[in-house]
Design a protein around this ligand. Structure first.
Ligand SMILES: [Zn+2]
Length: 257
C-alpha cells in the first residue's frame, strides 16, 4: 500500500528568541531541506493529490511528501514562497483567519515575539501559484476546550472567510495545537472539508482517517540528517542513535521466538 508523509513547518525565518527555535526554520535551512528531499528520492505532492489518492484512488508517487506550514506567518511569503517556487514544490498554508493582515497575538499573549502574519494580497498572489490555503480556525483556539457551538463556528467561519476571499472551495483543515476531540473531528467533516491534518506523528496510507492525517513536525533547527531520519522512520524525535536502536530491536525481535 502506498504510504505518504506530511511535513509541518511554521515560520521560515531566523528565530528571534529561544522560544522560537522549535518553530522558526531559517531560510537557508528550509532551502536545504527542499533541495535535499528531492535529491534523496522524496516526491513532493500537494494535499490536493493526497485528497485525490484517498478519496478517488488516484495514483500517488512512491515516497510522496506534502509540505504544510501552519498559522500563516508573513515570512511564508517573503522566504518560503520563493524557495518553494524555485524548487517547484507545492505547499499548503493553514490560516488562522482573524490574524491575517495582523499579528500572531495567540502567541505574543504567551510571551513569544510579535510576528507579522500574511496579508490577503500575499495570499492571493501565492494562491495563483504553487501554494494552496487551508483553514486553521478563526482565532487559533484549542477546539476541545471551548463549547461545541463556538468550536463549530471557529471551524465553519474560517472556511467561509477563505472561500469568500479566494473564490474557490477551502477543502483542507489543520487543528490548532493538534488538539481535537471526536466532535471536533466530525464538525470538520460536516463543514465540508475533505481532509484534516493533526500533529500525531507517523506515516499515512489509504487506511488512515482522512480527518486525522498524521504529520511529521520539522523543528526549526533540524539539520538535513535529522529530517531525513524523521522521514525514514516516520517519527518526530530523531537522534544519532535511533537507527542503531531500531535495527537492533528488529534483530532481537527476529531472534526471539
Ligand atoms: Zn497553529
Amino acid at each position: 500500500m502506498t504510504r505518504f508523509l506530511i511535513l509541518m513547518y511554521h515560520m521560515v525565518s531566523n528565530p528571534e528568541a529561544d522560544s522560537e527555535i522549535k518553530y522558526a526554520c531559517s531560510p537557508e535551512q528550509f532551502n536545504t531541506h527542499m533541495l535535499k528531499l528531492k535529491q534523496h528520492g522524496f516526491n513532493p505532492v500537494s494535499l490536493e493529490q493526497i485528497e485525490q489518492y484517498l478519496l478517488h484512488n488516484k495514483a500517488l508517487p512512491d515516497n510522496a511528501v506534502a509540505i504544510t506550514l501552519d498559522d500563516g506567518f508573513a515570512d511564508n511569503y517573503t522566504h518560503a514562497f520563493p524557495i518553494l517556487s524555485e524548487h517547484q514544490i507545492p505547499a499548503t498554508i493553514f490560516l488562522a483567519t482573524s490574524c491575517i493582515d495582523s499579528n500572531n497575538r495567540w502567541m505574543n499573549q504567551r510571551g513569544f515575539p510579535t510576528r507579522k502574519m500574511l496579508t490577503w494580497q500575499q495570499i492571493l498572489e501565492m494562491n495563483a501559484s504553487n501554494i494552496s490555503f487551508g483553514a486553521h480556525t478563526v482565532n487559533h483556539v484549542k477546539l476541545p476546550e471551548i463549547d461545541a457551538s463556538m468550536a463549530n463556528n471557529e471551524i465553519l467561519s474560517s472556511k467561509k472567510v477563505i472561500e469568500d476571499k479566494l473564490g474557490q472551495p477551502c477543502k483542507h483543515f489543520a487543528y490548532p495545537y493538534g488538539l481535537f476531540n471526536s466532535k471536533n473531528r466530525d464538525s470538520v467533516e460536516v463543514a465540508g472539508f475533505t481532509l484534516a491534518c493533526s500533529t500525531r506523528s507517523g506515516f499515512n496510507n489509504a487506511n488512515r482517517d482522512p480527518y486525522v492525517l498524521h504529520r511529521i513536525e520539522v523543528y526549526g533547527n533540524d539539520p538535513w540528517w535529522k529530517l531525513k531520519q524523521k522521514m525514514t522512520f516516520g517519527i518526530n524525535d530523531a537522534s544519532l542513535f535511533f537507527p542503531a536502536k531500531y535495527y537492533m530491536n528488529r534483530f532481537i525481535n527476529r531472534l526471539t521466538p
